[in-house]
Design a protein around this ligand. Structure first.
Ligand SMILES: *Cc1c(COP(=O)(O)O)cnc(C)c1O
Length: 386
């Protein structure tokens, strides 16, 4: 089976991990700080707080922005469930903004309309979490303009997008947001096994996230209530978690980060090749906004139902039975049983649901060979042109 995504591990990656295993610290050692600095520098952000996953980083981001009971957080229905769950962890309420039919990311028109209505009802969101689906940035300048007008904070869920850029600046620079989160799960662009990071240019946000990442416990006298009892002293000043990344993971991340531009270059080459090779088929291929340069985490094709006699399920099944590990990103979050239970209904976000009806993710990863890609293209031709 050709998987839809796969990690790319080099001998240098293995050596970097082994080196940490032989060192004094497996966690809370020097590799984590080096990794945080390296990711922040790569993206042009001031601060970085690593975490055990992007899910944990999203949770920390919401907490640092003060999200709690009574607050509203909005995100895209076409994302992994973690983009929405992070707000529920804080006791806040989640709502969604429908997607743009061309980019599949949060629609600026839908966001603008929903904000206008929410302002009248005094139900404005505290935080909006745009998701850079497939590695393509949302239209952050527009979202920032709306944030300034309506007074909400922005967390970019850039789990798919390290190595991409927007308006000439690296995704992660936080030029148009408060916090940006990356995931280092093995299917993503760069991996640490499990892991995530939150970038920000606001020291008060990174301090808060760092405190909550490790139990809300501090050894910094400036944060303590009253004087320290002695050199052993620490205080718990907030209710935090153990969301730490280990040095083993950070060493892998540091080594991987050296190759991020190469990963994205190869992904872009493969994506361009798909786009050239599939353009005559009855498919809608990914459209790129001219302000963006995607990191190409995913390549999503959409079937044109009026031009194809097979159902999406049948096309999916044929590809899988040809050992092509197609996948689906994503089932609209609001249609998940857990979210239906919260009161969402099918039909609430029609563009997202229409997208879901015809979408298939075809394999794309930096280690994919041209021959593997040829097989996928050929199989799609045979399936779609009877
Ligand atoms: C993978 C992913 C996450 C969660 O990442 P983890 O590191 O696995 O917690 C969140 N949001 C999106 C859009 C993702 O793709």
């Amino acid at each position: 089976m050709i998987p839809y995504g796969r990690q790319d591990i080099s001998e240098a990656d293995v050596a970097a991990v082994v080196e940490v295993l032989k060192s004094d610290f497996l966690t809370q050692g020097p590799a984590v700080e080096l990794f945080e600095r390296a990711v922040a520098d790569y993206c042009g952000a001031d601060r970085a707080v690593s975490a055990s996953s992007a899910t944990a980083a999203l949770h920390l981001a919401c907490l640092a922005l003060g999200v709690g009971p009574g607050d509203l957080v909005w995100t895209s229905p076409i994302s992994f469930v973690a983009s929405a769950n992070c707000a529920l962890y804080c006791g806040a309420e989640v709502d969604f903004v429908d997607i743009d039919p061309h980019t599949y990311t949060m629609s600026i028109e839908a966001l603008s309309d929903k904000l206008e209505r929410a302002a009248r009802q005094d139900r404005l969101p505290k935080v909006v979490i745009p998701v850079h689906l497939c590695g393509q940035s949302c239209r952050m300048d527009e979202i920032k303009r709306l944030a300034d007008a309506y007074g909400f904070s922005i967390v970019e869920d850039a789990s798919h997008a390290i190595g991409g850029s927007y308006k000439g600046g690296a995704i992660g620079s936080c030029r148009f947001s408060d916090i940006t989160v990356f995931s280092f799960h093995p299917v993503k662009i760069v991996t640490t096994g499990e892991g995530g990071i939150a970038l920000t240019n606001k020291p008060e946000l990174s301090d808060k996230m760092a405190l909550l990442r490790s139990h809300g416990v501090t050894r910094d006298p400036a944060l303590m209530h009253g004087p320290a009892d002695g050199p052993w002293y620490y205080q718990q000043v907030a209710l935090g978690f153990n969301y730490r990344l280990t040095d083993i993971q950070a060493a892998l991340g540091n080594s991987q980060l050296q190759r991020v531009d190469g990963f994205v270059r190869r992904r872009t080459e493969l994506a361009d090749r798909y786009t050239r090779s599939l353009k005559e088929l009855p498919l809608t291929l990914p459209w790129q906004h001219p302000d963006t340069s995607s990191a190409w985490h995913l390549y999503v094709i959409r079937l044109k139902p009026d031009q194809i006699s097979l159902s999406r399920g049948e096309v999916f099944g044929r590809l899988r039975s040809s050992d092509i590990g197609v996948n689906l990103h994503y089932i609209p979050i609001h249609t998940q049983p857990y979210y239906l239970n919260l009161g969402f209904k099918r039909g609430d976000f029609p563009e997202a649901e229409r997208y879901y009806e015809g979408a298939i993710t075809i394999p794309l990863f930096s280690g994919m060979s041209d021959a593997q890609q040829d097989k996928i293209i050929q199989c799609l031709e045979q399936t779609l042109i009877p």
